[in-house]
Design a protein around this ligand. Structure first.
Ligand code: KDG
Ligand code: MG
Length: 402
């Protein structure tokens, strides 16, 4: 089963997506998501210039060996661009292996460990009153877990609170827009929001909150403590994770669970946090953490330390990534929760897929492979549009330093 073609497809059905499609000499095809929000063309060039030429003629059935070859062969190990490119190849090869075997990929990963993948949606709104009605919509749709984000009084705009409702599009301009940030306003407001939410929805709805790396460890510890009465499933990215020692400080002060890792791209980024039991959920996902092969490795390590998976699943992760993530989620023993931001109807049309949502769960496709594809003709009708993620400044104009 030799690889005879590999194409990089860039399309923008509402937002930019990069997809790798691999074709074998026996006519099988496989797809892999290669989207890195705001840096899409860097991965497209990495694939086209450096990876595709090395794939032609290789045996498509050798997934692990190809992973090692791309990882070690680059010399420059890790990094989001490299690992996203490797992820795309790896995902496409798992798709092909499933099709060759006539089995959905989760069967190749050991079969089901659960009947459905519990997902959470994003309720976000400018203030507490309107976020209550957003949460209500998710509950009506059957969601059992909801991430809650609001604007902060006194601040004109806040990252993570978009105008869109079921979708999430923070990359809102060709060059980064600038938000103004105040930790004091934020720390004062967030506990009030969750007090209202618990009052309205009772104790059992699972609630989450994303801090988007905006606090210091001590500030995050204070936030965690102030949220303890509302029993969140997690606070996410309380601090930037470069200085991992900071998580120890948070941990010493609060029992609010911690999730981190959507920007991690390898097992080495989370090794210390996992083995020192400084986190509860690891948010790495297929597209940014080296594909199904490497993600499995991370989750297996996490399982030894009571850490569950909580994979990133915002709108900028394409339906190809979502399809692949669900095969992993349904199979692993230590699944926690899967983020699920819906895609626009245009995106769903470009990426026909067999996974579906019902009663708070996502269900992977039962088709052989991943059960997702890209309609290349349709994709060609949506040309790439430059779009960047925003930055934060403090009220005095200082660039937020973490
Ligand atoms: O590309 C960045 C977004 O996916 C990110 O901001 C979303 O933080 C995010 C989340 O938790 O979904
Ligand atoms: Mg996040």
């Amino acid at each position: 089963m030799k690889i005879v073609d590999a194409r990089v497809i860039v399309t923008c059905p509402g937002r930019n997506f990069v997809t790798l499609k691999i074709v074998t000499d026996d006519g099988l095809t496989g797809v892999g998501d290669a989207t890195l929000n705001g840096r899409e063309l860097a991965v497209a060039a990495y694939l086209t210039e450096h990876v595709v030429p090395a794939l032609i003629g290789r045996d498509a059935s050798r997934i692990e060996d190809t992973w090692q070859y791309l990882y070690k062969g680059a010399y420059w190990r890790r990094g989001p661009v490299t690992m996203t490119a490797i992820a795309a190849v790896d995902t496409a090869l798992w798709d092909i292996k499933g099709k060759a075997a006539g089995l959905p990929v989760y069967q190749l990963l050991g079969g089901r460990s659960r009947s459905g993948v519990t997902v959470y949606g994003h309720a976000n709104a400018v203030d507490v009153e309107s976020v209550l009605s957003e949460i209500s919509s998710y509950v009506t749709l059957g969601y059992r877990a909801v991430r809650v984000q609001t604007g902060v009084p006194g601040l004109a705009s806040t990252y993570g609170v978009s105008g869109d409702k079921m979708f999430y599009e923070p990359a809102d301009a060709a060059l980064p827009t600038e938000n103004v940030w105040s930790t004091a306003h934020y720390l004062d407001y967030v506990p009030k929001v969750f007090a209202e939410v618990r009052k309205e929805f009772g104790p059992t709805l699972r609630l989450l909150h994303d801090v988007h790396h905006r606090l210091t460890p001590l500030e995050a510890a204070r936030l965690g403590k102030s949220l303890e009465p509302y029993a969140l499933t997690w606070i996410e990215d309380p601090v930037p994770a470069e200085l991992q020692e900071g998580f120890r400080l948070i941990r010493q002060h609060t029992t609010t669970p911690i999730a981190v890792g959507e920007v991690f791209n390898s097992i080495w980024d989370c090794q210390e946090l996992i083995t020192s039991q400084l986190i509860d959920y690891i948010r790495t996902t297929v597209v940014h953490a080296g594909g199904i092969t490497h993600l499995r490795r991370i989750f297996d390590l996490a399982a030894l330390y009571h850490v569950r998976s909580g994979s990133h699943g915002a709108t900028d992760l394409s339906p190809v990534c979502m399809a692949a993530a669900l095969h992993v989620d349904i199979a692993i023993p230590n699944f926690g929760l899967q983020e699920y931001m819906r895609h626009t109807p245009e995106t769903d049309e470009v990426f026909p897929h067999g996974y579906h949502f019902a009663d708070g769960y996502l269900h992977p496709s039962e088709e052989p492979g991943l059960g997702v594809d890209i309609d290349e003709e349709l994709a060609a009708r949506y040309p790439y549009r430059p779009a960047s993620l925003p930055v934060n400044r403090l009220e005095d104009g200082t660039m937020h330093s973490w």
